[in-house]
Design a protein around this ligand. Structure first.
Ligand SMILES: [Zn+2]
Length: 407
């Protein structure tokens, strides 16, 4: 598979943060933005220029291209709906809100294009007018998860845009849940172009940084019988099985978290734990703006399964042959086309429903009895690495049989 990094990693706007003296840096760009806003729209084009990605309720603005109405047409492509600073000011003005530089969050530059990118949250109870105005331009707000399902994981452009959307969503959602200081209860204000916050109480001034919630995700392996443990949560779509996962607790090492979670959820004891790779996951609940998935192979010492029904619907050992059949790209392509068409319909104003839960559930004679998460999830790569490499290789102390280069 041709993947450069995991989905949401490899963000092209984040490759390096410019030095503070550089005109593309957060502080310089913010100063320039601040002086520019009052003169919009009668201002000369600045260098670097600015582009803004509006979000509503955690959903970025997108448009769709390339689809068609007949059956032979190609899968439509979604693109982020960047707007100019003037557009952004006009959009907010329709709601009676003045554009404030502090509402813009720095995402990063593209130096070769002389551009600095920002995100802004335009959510409101009365967003109907804004949505209608944008709909007339064939733009709409779409959940990042929907964009993820609709993205072609082999298309670098699509994966770059997905990474930018994920980073921006994580930052904006964090701004929403960090409005007050945890130490004194004072209100917080954005600093460094929205890259951190600070308590406004002069006696406190606590600095607050964007939150990341680490999660261990592990493929438990029965080396002797050449089997892997896959599990189902009740919230999964039908037929989907995946790795075990759980949050790391304070005072715990990664290896301890892998062993504890596996024991709690399935009653299996784990011995050796081997790191595989990690993936930012900015599409969890908004109370957790960005999870960091830390992927491991976990080698079982005991094999009897005792499922904790509070946590899991089921957990079972599966042979390598069965798991191989579950890596079904036909299913991911089908889901991708369905999601991409849905986004196209949403941008045309035809479709309102954001739910994709039914898309994997279309019954047909060709469906595999089970499938695993798609290539945009780290679980897919843990499972497919084991399937392709064999358990002899994955326990190597080297980067264990990584099928993606440069993770
Ligand atoms: Zn405080």
């Amino acid at each position: 598979m041709n993947l450069r990094t995991h989905a949401y990693a490899g963000n092209p706007l984040r490759s390096k943060t410019p030095k503070s003296t550089d005109s593309f840096s957060p502080s310089s760009a913010f100063k320039s933005l601040k002086s520019l806003i009052p003169s919009i729209p009668n201002h000369p084009t600045p260098s670097p220029d600015f582009k803004v990605l509006p979000f509503s309720k955690g959903r970025p603005l997108v448009f769709s291209s390339g689809g068609g109405d007949d059956a032979s047409s190609t899968t439509p492509l979604w693109h982020l709906g960047w707007i100019t600073l003037s557009d952004c000011k006009a959009l907010l003005a329709t709601r009676g809100i003045d554009l404030d530089e502090n509402s813009l969050v720095y995402l990063g530059p593209k130096v070769e294009e002389d551009l600095v990118y920002w995100a802004v949250d335009v959510s409101s109870q009365e967003e109907h007018g804004v949505v209608l105005e944008l709909a007339s331009r064939k733009l709409c707000f779409v959940e990042v998860r929907t964009l993820m399902v609709a993205a072609d994981w082999e298309d670098q452009r699509a994966m770059d845009e997905l990474a930018i959307a994920g980073h921006a969503r994580a930052l904006l959602e964090w701004h929403k849940v960090s409005r007050f200081c945890g130490a004194c209860g004072g209100s917080t204000v954005p600093k460094e172009a929205g890259r951190r916050k600070q308590c406004s109480n002069e006696a406190c001034k606590k600095r607050v940084y964007p939150r990341v919630d680490p999660v261990v995700i592990m493929l438990v392996i029965d080396r002797e019988n050449d089997r892997a443990l896959l599990s189902r949560q009740a919230r999964f779509v039908p037929r989907m099985w995946s790795c075990l996962a759980g949050f790391i607790e304070p005072g715990e090492s990664l290896e301890e978290a892998v062993r504890r979670e596996t024991w709690e959820e399935t009653g299996i004891e784990v011995g050796e734990v081997v790191y595989h790779s990690s993936q930012p996951w900015p599409v969890g609940p908004s109370s957790m703006p960005c999870q960091l998935m830390l992927g491991f192979f976990a080698f079982a010492k005991t094999l009897d399964i005792n499922v904790d029904k509070e946590e899991l619907e089921d957990a079972q050992w599966h042979s390598r042959e069965d798991v191989k059949k579950a890596v079904s790209f036909a299913e991911y392509r089908k889901a991708q086309r369905t999601a991409a068409s849905k986004i196209e319909q949403m941008c045309k104003g035809v479709e309102r429903n954001q739910s994709l839960s039914t898309d994997f559930n279309v019954e047909s004679g060709e469906l595999a009895p089970m499938f695993i998460p798609g290539p945009t999830a780290i679980a897919h790569h843990l499972i497919s690495t084991w399937v392709d490499q064999g358990s002899g290789n994955v326990h190597s102390k080297q980067q264990p049989g990584v099928s993606l280069s440069n993770l």
